[in-house]
Design a protein around this ligand. Sequence first.
Ligand code: SAM
Length: 309
Amino acid sequence: MIERLFSLGYSKTFAERYYRLWGERALAIAEAMEKPLPRCFRVNTLQIEVPKLTKLLNRKGFQFRRVPWTREGFCLTREPFSITSTPEYLSGLLYIQEASSMYPPVALDPKPGEVVADMAAAPGGKTSYIAQLMKNEGIIYAFDVGEERLKETRLNLSRLGVINTVLFHRSSLHIDELGVEFDKILLDAPCTGSGTIHKNPERKANRSMDDVKFCQGLQMKLLEKGLSVLKRGGVLVYSTCSLEPEENEFVVQWVLDNFDVELLPLRYGEPALRAPFGIGLDEEISKARRFYPDKHKTSGFFVARLALK
Ligand code: SAM
């Protein structure tokens, strides 16, 4: 089994880790990661109602299935020509988005009029979904450090008609300098990205445990900062596209141990790992969720919904 993971290109460290985490299933996950994901899109309800857009696309020969966790999300089952060349795409009636990426904004459940932060926003997929759920009312403070990625974010938000978002080219480690308290915060954290190997196959071999540790340190600092500016009773959604427990369950366990927070339940995905590598975690951890390419036909993804008591 481990030999097969090597032959797919995984480094010894990660092949062994994945076998320890999932046993025989590690191969099913790795093999599913070799296949391209279906192309999915989100209807931009700031510009058009869901049935209107689906009808327009059906008439052009596009077919799709609903993403179970969102009423605006669909994955293409028939794409007679590239959807990105349609006037519907070009005029911002839809946004191409991987299905698991649609879940954090749904889990955050932002309301019109709320004050929301997106601590790692570029290229704006989740920010624009949050704006859509807020009906462009209220305000989103969106941070990112990537200059080029922020240019793309600006273009995306403008194409989609988002007008309630302020973009900051700054580390969200400085979010407290705004002097704002937030109703809701999304931290779609920088991570090693092992759940997106189908798009970035080089990650099978070029990541090390040092990278995982580096990301974990940054994720904890960002979470600490985010929780310091969250209103009591406010909600923070933490997500990553990493498969590594050190960036997921262990980070959430650290939050539970050090802050006055509770995990809120989530309906979709598989329960998070209770005892990764034999390390027993709080029972509550299973309220956080994992998405897997073999089961959900998505990227590997992790989502946790935390409420400040
Ligand atoms: N949420 C985005 C979306 O859905 O389109 C994807 C975000 S991506 C997973 C993580 C982002 O974190 C990258 O764009 C990276 O530039 C950004 N980042 C890394 N360190 C950061 C920091 N200290 N403050 C803010 N953003 C940071």
